[in-house]
Design a protein around this ligand. Structure first.
Ligand code: ZN
Length: 258
């Protein structure tokens, strides 16, 4: 059953309800929330194409230039998307894509250093730092957009033959095999690669949201994720990460804790 995320109008926390629900009670504070049309953010989150996503927000910005939420989104969009000639690219997705690429070469010191520096430079970008430090809302929105970029990557890995699917040789693989392959990829990147990086708050958070993004794209992927994670924990690199306190020791999350 399709679900959507609702933000409680009373306590501000978010929770999931069925797509077709008319009203819901907040699971955090119990307040009743009327569920109307999808929010702008929800509509935007369903758009895969960067140009279309960017344009949709620009249209909204023209209609409601004084809406602070739209203005904040416009700011984060300026950080996320960059334009070259007639094309719009996703800078957040590019970071993740590079992480995936470098994660496979992480046993080479120089390659590992390259991606560590790329992550550092990305996070140290002056405009991004200024945006994130503006408000709690802005910080949340940054991570929302970062997670959305990773989500798009995993959604496109399911069925886009031109892009990640060819990169990952996902052609002609059937449902479960694709999930297993994608689970291995997210563990390789969001856990294994990051376990070799300096454990800053941003690095830890990147790992967390990559798992959430994968599960959003593959709602039934928890078992495959845990299997890939536990396999990695059994290898030399995983054992080191456990010894250094970076990841929890085996056996772990058989089921999602929540
Ligand atoms: Zn509430």
């Amino acid at each position: 059953m399709a679900e959507r995320t609702i933000v409680c109008g009373f306590c501000g926390k978010s929770f999931q309800v069925a797509e077709d629900a008319g009203k819901a009670f907040c699971v955090h504070c119990g307040a009743e929330t009327q569920i109307g049309e999808k929010t702008l953010q929800e509509k935007l989150d369903e758009i895969l194409d960067p140009q279309k996503r960017y344009n949709t927000l620009q249209d909204q910005l023209e209609k409601t230039p004084d809406d602070p939420k739209v203005a904040l989104l416009a700011e984060v969009f300026e950080l996320r998307y960059f334009h070259r000639k007639k094309n719009t690219f996703d800078g957040f997705l590019r970071l993740w894509f590079d992480m995936v690429t470098y994660a496979r070469k992480r046993d080479k010191a120089k390659e590992l250093l390259n991606i560590q520096n790329e992550i550092k430079d990305f996070m140290a970008d002056e405009k991004l730092v200024a945006f994130r430090s503006k408000s709690e809302e802005a910080e949340k929105l940054f991570w929302h957009e970062m997670k959305n970029a990773i989500e798009l990557y995993y959604i496109s890995s399911k069925d886009d033959r031109q892009y990640t699917s060819s990169f990952f040789n996902l052609f002609r693989m059937k449902g479960d095999a694709v999930t297993v392959k994608a689970a291995k990829d997210v563990v390789t990147t969001g856990v294994a690669l990051l376990s070799l990086c300096e454990q800053t708050d941003d690095v830890v958070k990147l790992g967390d949201i990559s798992r959430e993004a994968f599960l959003k794209a593959y709602p039934n992927g928890m078992a495959a994720y845990n299997q890939a994670l536990n396999e990695w924990k059994g290898c030399e690199e995983g054992k080191n990460a456990i010894a250094n306190g970076i990841v929890e020791p085996l056996p772990e999350t058989k089921q999602d804790a929540e």
